[in-house]
Design a protein around this ligand. Structure first.
Ligand code: C2E
Ligand code: CA
Ligand code: CA
Length: 729
């Protein structure tokens, strides 16, 4: 077919096309013909016919000249007389065939008529065809056309075979054909190499065929092929063959060809080395289902495993515990030590977690799967066929102990705590998503309680998680729509019973839920990052309202205490916010007290001390809130620019009854005074508490006894009240 296409490509302007046939050559390049004859007349006539057909013609007078000319011009056609001086046509043809470019070129020899001997000799010498002398020039044209087309077709076939071979080699593909009648097998050269065996000759007997198949797969393949023949169907199978560089995976498929009577006569098939494809598929599978860092299953795989375990548990009426293990301090570690270090730590922790699990062989057939979710969380489920989930707390404790044990990365000591949440099927959920959600929620509750705690999921947790979620979404709206208010709780100086200060406390007037206390929304604001905005709003609002207030009975402006959460203080633009609000409200910094919790101060960093000093330099007072609930020792505050301590409500509540609390209050007051700090007692509800505090030398008190938090007009009324006389002891 190729030559037809070539003809079409030549176009109408080509002399060959005009002549209705012609040489098949690459488009745009003339096809070269070499005419060899010692007779000038034949050469002239041949040239004229060939040129008329579109050839570019070169001439030679004898064999030797012809060889030289051939080398120089690389013709696509040679027309050559056999009878020539020096080197005749047979010798020249033989020599041409030995040349690399001469192997496939069509050579037409000109012989004497009916010289059967010459014809024989011409073919032996490698001639493609021959014409007789005297030459019939009309026939010659057709002869040449035919030879040229046949030669082109031959070249095309050769090229296409080479391409096919190359493609098969690239695809690691071999084919074979089994003639079932003659019981012979032909196979491509590479087929045996695929099977890890040396190459075999083209045609094989059936026995030889089976010798080509490696022993371990022979039986299986033979069975498959025999069945395919019997049932006259195609077959497809994969098998593994041992090979030098490790095992290879071979895919085989084929079909049966039947004759007109429906008898299987031929079976043909291919075999392909699909090792790379299979490995790539396995890798894709691994990446899709496993965490690359720890090699543990990921969320997708774990959920599938859990789903299966749940349906099994349902049949067996057994329980399943899902544990969410939240790692602590990973983010801080990543920030301080870098990603590589944190990854090494997580890798080690994953190992430790797995080590802490009971060996499945030793226990009651329980089954445990572990996975990694996100950066800070491992999850696992334990499936107990005997429905005893009483083991779960023990398991949780083992994990906590193992993960909390310190270890080293290089020379750097590492200690990472964890908190665990537990949810059990079927009580806490029947599907993986619900169970995971509940275990995670319980983990968050454990996390807020502190490290190294495990917590069971409860309805209470579920409710508060729902509420948190809803409030979080509404908090920003609340800020925008001014649902956040500030109330003020009075503080009284014991020395003269005057109201001398107020603590600003945030309130959320929710359009549906009514007044929401700060304990319920401040932690949400801290987690969601809205605390910066909220804090600035409360500060500005409090300072603005304070401007309407009269001075105290002692003639000075009342001090205004505002709570700061740790997240706010660590925010990048904290100082900017303070300056902005003070500027906008024109508030005197000396009247402002910022309340910080001990935990903020425990972050013993130079940055923190620098911020406190800057606040102090501006004239702002600093107070330690909820003192006694943290772990700080009093001596620690020596280094910090602190002005006051607020003793936590917890120590005041049982003051009259618990001697221990009295001892603490007494020593805190003494130590604080030693350091030159003012002492404020919180949560004073009874006259008895007030009396004791007065007796112990406490400076200020705050609590329901003096006044509940209330709006700004109430604060103004407090400031206007006359100083009461001292209560009777
Ligand atoms: P806190 O700083 O310890 O505030 C004192 C809390 O104790 C207030 O609760 C107050 O209403 C309550 N209280 C005062 N006197 C008594 C008493 O005699 N008995 C009892 N039982 N309670 C008393 P509130 O307003 O619910 O605030 C709770 C916490 O929310 C505050 O504890 C504070 O940590 C936080 N908070 C409040 N407003 C803000 C704010 O604007 N920003 C930040 N970051 N936190 C705030
Ligand atoms: Ca406070
Ligand atoms: Ca407090």
């Amino acid at each position: 077919m190729a030559y037809d296409r070539q003809d079409a490509l030549m176009g109408e302007s080509s002399p060959a096309a005009a002549d209705g046939g012609g040489p098949a050559a690459a488009e745009g390049q003339p096809t070269i013909a070499l005419v060899v004859d010692d007779e000038t007349t034949t050469r002239i006539l041949a040239r004229s016919v060939l040129e008329n057909m579109g050839y570019q013609v070169f001439e030679a007078e004898d064999g030797e000249q012809a060889l030289a000319c051939f080398q120089r011009t690389q013709p696509q056609l040679v027309v050559m007389d056999v009878l020539m001086p020096r080197m005749d046509g047979f010798a020249c043809c033989t020599a041409l065939r030995a040349l690399p470019a001469g192997a496939d070129v069509p050579v037409v020899l000109i012989t004497g008529i009916d010289d059967s001997n010459s014809i024989e000799q011409a073919y032996r010498a490698g001639a493609t065809d021959f014409v007789h002398k005297p030459i019939n020039w009309i026939l010659f044209r057709h002869r040449i056309n035919f030879v040229a087309r046949a030669s082109q077709a031959f070249l095309d076939l050769k090229r296409s075979q080479a391409r096919l071979l190359q493609a098969q080699k690239l695809a690691k593909l071999g084919y074979w054909e089994w003639n079932l009648r003659r019981n012979t097998v032909e196979m491509s050269y590479d087929l045996t190499a695929l099977l890890g065996l040396p190459p075999q000759p083209g045609t094989l007997s059936e026995t030889q065929l089976w010798d080509c198949v490696p022993e371990p797969v022979r039986e299986r393949l033979a069975r498959e092929l025999r069945e395919a023949i019997r049932e006259q169907r195609s077959y497809s199978l994969d098998f593994r063959v041992p090979a030098l560089g490790g095992e290879r995976i071979v895919h085989a498929e084929g079909e049966i060809i039947a004759n007109a009577e429906g008898l299987a006569v031929l079976m043909r098939g291919i075999m392909q080395d699909v090792t790379e494809q299979v490995r790539a598929q396995e890798e894709i599978n691994r990446l899709a289902h496993y965490d690359p860092l720890t090699g543990l299953p990921n969320r997708t795989l774990f959920i599938e495993q859990l789903r299966l375990a749940l349906s099994r548990a349902k049949r067996q009426r057994s329980a399943i515990g899902v544990l969410s293990v939240g790692l602590r301090r990973i983010e801080q570690m990543r920030e301080a030590m870098g990603t590589v270090f944190a990854d090494l730590a997580i890798h080690e922790l994953a190992q430790r977690l797995q080590d802490s699990l009971p060996n499945p062989d030793q226990t009651d057939h329980s089954h445990i799967e572990v996975a990694r979710f996100g950066t800070h969380e491992f999850v696992l489920f334990a499936d107990h066929p005997d429905s005893s989930i009483g083991e779960l707390p023990r398991l949780a404790q083992r994990i906590i102990d193992r993960l909390a044990a310190p270890f080293h990365i290089g020379t750097q000591p590492v200690q990472v705590g964890c908190s665990i949440g537990i949810a059990c099927a079927p009580d806490d959920g029947k599907d993986p998503e619900t169970l995971l959600k509940h275990a995670h929620a319980a983990m968050n509750v454990a996390r807020r309680k502190g490290e190294l705690v495990y917590e069971y999921h409860t309805r209470e947790i579920q409710r508060s998680v729902m509420e948190r979620f809803q409030l979080e979404g509404q908090l920003l709206v609340a800020l925008r729509e001014r649902q956040l208010e500030v109330h003020f709780q009075p503080q009284m100086a014991l020395a003269n019973r005057a109201i001398v200060g107020f603590e600003a406390l945030a309130r959320w007037r929710h359009p549906v839920l009514g007044m929401i206390p700060p304990d319920r929304f401040i932690p949400i604001a801290e987690d969601s990052g809205a605390i910066g905005q909220l804090g600035e709003h409360v500060l500005r609002n409090a300072l603005e309202q304070h401007r309407q207030w009269p001075v105290t009975k002692l003639g000075q402006p009342a001090l205004l205490s505002v709570n700061l959460s740790a997240r706010q203080l660590w925010g990048k633009d904290f100082m900017t916010v303070i300056h902005r609000v003070l500027d906008q409200t024109g508030f005197d910094p000396a009247t402002l007290v910022l309340e910080l919790t001990e935990s903020v101060l425990m972050k013993d960093s130079d940055d923190m001390i620098r911020i406190l000093k800057r606040l102090k330099d501006m004239g702002i007072k600093l107070s330690i809130d909820d003192f006694g609930t943290g772990f700080s020792s009093m001596s620690y505050f020596k280094h910090l620019p602190i002005d006051e301590l607020k003793i936590d409500r917890g120590f005041i509540r049982d003051l009259p009854r618990r001697g221990q609390d009295l001892a603490i209050v007494r020593s805190v007051i003494a130590l604080a005074h030693n350091l030159g700090l003012k002492i404020v007692a919180e949560g004073v509800e009874t006259a008895e508490q007030l009396r004791i505090l007065e007796q112990e030398g406490c400076d200020w008190v705050q609590g329901f006894l003096i006044g509940r938090p209330a709006d700004s007009p109430a604060a103004i009324r407090f400031l206007g009240q006359a100083i009461p006389s001292a209560p009777t002891p």
